[in-house]
Write a protein that binds this ligand. Structure first.
Ligand code: GUN
Length: 304
């Protein structure tokens, strides 16, 4: 089914357009920081190894960082880099005043302890929001660096629904990168939140009760269209490559899009939904970190 053929009244949430508008606002603020304060926000991205998907993400991050007028520092390390060498690099980036944000691309090679590496980043420069301090600040409702993908989802939800207070939300997936921080953000906006995962019983019943469904499990089409409550808002975080009937590969989400779009009030497509929001939020977090590091007011509308 093409988007134009869907039942009237279903909004297709255009994350691509929203992200472009957000990057424009970030670029304006960056330009203002440069002219008024002589400060150029800097983002360091560290990639260990040659994972093809990670290489694509890192390239895209570097490009969009530069397009926003920020300084982009890329550190590409061999797959057999030792933990000591990586920790040494992070120590230098933590101490470098031209670096306001640090991101270590995940997943890391198996011989490296991700938690130890992430927790070696200065929490003030942790633009991924993965450091244990930022996770704790978010969980306790304090000012934190917020993980980019859930932040992007929250922005799309608020742009579409306005006030989220009292709504029933289900987050499917319990990862530290998406599921858990997403649930914290929704709770912070006074939703009633259920976190579902691979062991959850009666997932269908839980989804049927939800005003908001956030799917982040990494299983193509796992959430069936018939489960969606009429009028619900569906945010699909999944990016799964599958082979189509024509033998060509294409990207699909965790939600059966054509089926869900029949009943949902609004839904994000894949691609073009949540995906572009992640890097836009990374740039916004880098700008926020720069403002905080320099004791300047934070830009409005770019944090949770
Ligand atoms: N790998 C997949 N998503 C992410 C992300 O948001 N940040 C980092 N650092 N690595 C990732």
């Amino acid at each position: 089914m093409r988007i134009a053929e869907m039942k009237t009244g279903t909004t297709i949430i255009d994350g691509k357009a929203f992200a472009a508008e957000m990057r424009g606002r970030v670029a304006e603020q960056v330009s203002r920081l440069k002219t008024e304060h002589g400060i150029t926000p800097g983002l360091a991205v560290v990639l260990v190894g040659e994972d093809p998907a990670s290489q694509v993400y890192v390239r895209s991050k570097g490009k969009q960082t530069a397009e926003a007028g920020m300084a982009s520092f890329e550190h590409k390390l061999d797959a057999d880099t030792t933990e000591a060498a990586l920790l040494d690099l992070l120590g230098r980036l933590n101490a470098d005043p031209s670096v306001h944000g640090i991101l270590v691309q995940l997943p890391l090679p198996r011989h490296l302890d991700s938690a130890r590496i992430i927790n070696a980043i200065d929490p003030a420069k942790d633009v991924d929001g993965f450091h244990i301090s930022n996770a704790g600040l978010l969980a306790t409702g304090q000012k934190a660096m917020v993980p980019c993908t859930p932040l992007g989802c929250l922005m799309l939800l608020k742009a579409h629904l306005g006030n989220l207070s009292g709504l029933q939300a289900v987050v499917i997936g319990r990862s530290n990168i998406v599921g858990k921080p997403m649930a914290q953000l929704l709770l912070g906006d006074s939703c009633t939140v259920t976190i579902a995962h691979s062991r959850t019983r009666d997932l269908e019943d839980i989804v049927r009760r939800a005003d908001i469904v956030v799917a982040a499990v990494g299983r193509p089409g796992m959430v069936q269209g018939s489960w969606i409550r009429p009028g619900a808002t569906v945010i699909d975080v999944g990016i799964n490559r599958v082979e189509g009937q024509d033998g060509k590969s294409r990207l699909v989400g965790d939600v059966d899009f054509p089926g869900a779009a029949e009943t949902a009030g609004a839904i994000t497509p894949v691609p073009g939904g949540v995906g572009p929001m992640t890097i836009a939020c990374l740039l916004a977090n880098t700008l926020t970190a720069t403002c905080r590091a320099n004791g300047l007011d934070e830009p409005e509308g770019l944090t949770a």
